[in-house]
Design a protein. Structure first.
Length: 324
């Protein structure tokens, strides 16, 4: 078991011993006092999603972070998401209730390696997936999320694009855009990479009528089995507009909670082996309360990196969410 997985299971036990209703009451009261907003990713623990003022995908969360008037943002997600909020809000307090909640994929590219790749492809633009550090965003021309990666790459004037860090997402984008050369980085999300075609086939045996929804961080083999390929919040839209009433959802299993809440008349199933991102599960109600009490741990991107990274993030927000 790695460190995040070990800490996650320790947290699971701790949380069971605490009165959750009391925690929720305290969080709501203190949030008001601190003039705070709670932004929560779709993969968070169900009880953490339920206290969010907004629950969504990376794009929706960045949009909310850009427009909020709150003085404090409690980011229930992982480090790069809190950094994006900091890039957009240099004067606000950005709290990440567990400072060790990172994204292993975001750490698969660093500024020096990216600069080296640029030297190898001097004509290419760099598109950074939002799952990158602020320092990598500062070295990039554009930023995108899974909700608008295809549209961002289409809008880039250059014909050659270095896409970091997710190789699966880069290949998915390349499959949609034939007139540009996409140079994929060698990164991957271990959670989505771990979902196999056999996991989907196995789930299909129990739910033969179900449509398959995958995240574009999945492998090409799994994406080829999909009826819908969407960002996490895009999955909700797909489930609402589809005629189907059952879905196999190939992404982190936390996603079953917002889907079941938003589309209560339909049924959602994880692939055969439930995919879990232990980092996403590090944030607990107790840690949210503690962060509001202490106004720690904070994430603040250093100003010289922030101003450089802002350009790429603003371009991502300008393009926004494409109509499905
Ligand atoms: P989205 O919610 O933007 O689709 O991203 C998924 C993800 O893996 C975030 O870490
Ligand atoms: Fe990173 Fe994958 Fe976890 Fe998302 S699910 S935070 S991409 S490791």
């Amino acid at each position: 078991m790695n460190r995040a997985a070990e800490r996650k299971s320790g947290n699971d036990v701790e949380e069971m011993l605490i009165d959750q209703d009391e925690l929720v009451e305290k969080i709501i009261a203190l949030k008001k006092e601190r003039k705070a907003v709670i932004l929560t990713h779709n993969y968070q623990r169900p009880e953490v999603q339920d206290i969010g003022d907004f629950v969504g995908d990376s794009l929706g969360l960045a949009q909310k972070a850009a427009e909020t008037e709150a003085e404090v943002i409690v980011f229930c997600g992982v480090h790069f998401m809190a950094e994006t909020a900091s890039i957009l809000n240099p004067h606000k307090i950005i709290l990440l209730p567990d400072i060790e909640a990172g994204c292993p994929m975001a750490d698969m590219v660093d500024p020096a390696a990216l600069r080296e790749e640029r030297r190898r492809h001097p004509e290419a633009a760099v598109v950074a997936y939002v799952n990158t550090t602020a320092a990598v965003k500062a070295e990039s021309d554009y930023c995108c999320t899974s909700a608008n990666a295809v549209e961002v790459v289409k809008a880039v004037p250059q014909d050659e694009i270095i896409f970091v860090p997710d190789g699966n997402l880069a290949r998915y984008v390349a499959s949609k855009i034939k007139d540009k050369k996409i140079i994929p980085w060698r990164g991957f999300c271990h959670v989505h990479q771990g979902i196999t075609a056999e996991d989907i086939s196995e789930a299909r045996k129990s739910h033969p009528q179900a449509e398959v929804i995958t995240h574009p961080e999945c492998t090409a083999e799994v994406i080829a089995m999909a009826d819908h390929v969407r960002s996490t919040s895009g999955m909700v839209q797909a489930a609402v507009s589809s005629q189907a009433s059952e879905f196999i959802v190939a992404t982190e299993a936390g996603m079953l909670h917002p889907l079941s809440k938003a589309v209560p008349g339909k049924n959602f199933f994880a692939p055969a082996r439930q995919p879990c991102c232990p980092n996403m599960k590090l944030v607990t109600l107790s840690k949210v309360l503690r962060s509001l009490e202490t106004l720690e741990p904070r994430v603040q991107v250093p100003e010289e990196i922030r101003v450089k990274a802002l350009k790429a993030v603003e371009r991502m927000l300008e393009l926004g969410r494409p109509a499905q």
